[in-house]
Design a protein around this ligand. Structure first.
Ligand code: SF4
Length: 67
């Protein structure tokens, strides 16, 4: 299971972070724009439901869960 982000799409809205703060963190990129840092790109299968819910929560569909 792997989380990936379509970075140009991410607007740093933070829904993913609020759902799963151990897996996602909103940070500033080099240009000072808010974006997401995937803290655990390959999450534990035990966290699948939580991570899936966080991915689904992204309002701009920037996150994908594969595997
Ligand atoms: S991935 Fe989506 S929910 Fe997460 S910070 Fe970016 S825009 Fe917000």
């Amino acid at each position: 299971m792997r989380i990936s982000v379509d970075r140009p799409r991410c607007e740093g809205l933070g829904m993913c972070e609020s759902m799963a703060p151990d897996h996602f963190e909103v940070v500033e990129d080099d240009a000072g724009n808010e974006t997401v840092d995937i803290l655990v790109p390959e999450p534990d299968p035990a966290d699948r439901d939580l991570v899936h819910a966080a991915v689904q929560s992204c309002p701009v569909l920037a996150l994908t869960l594969t595997g």
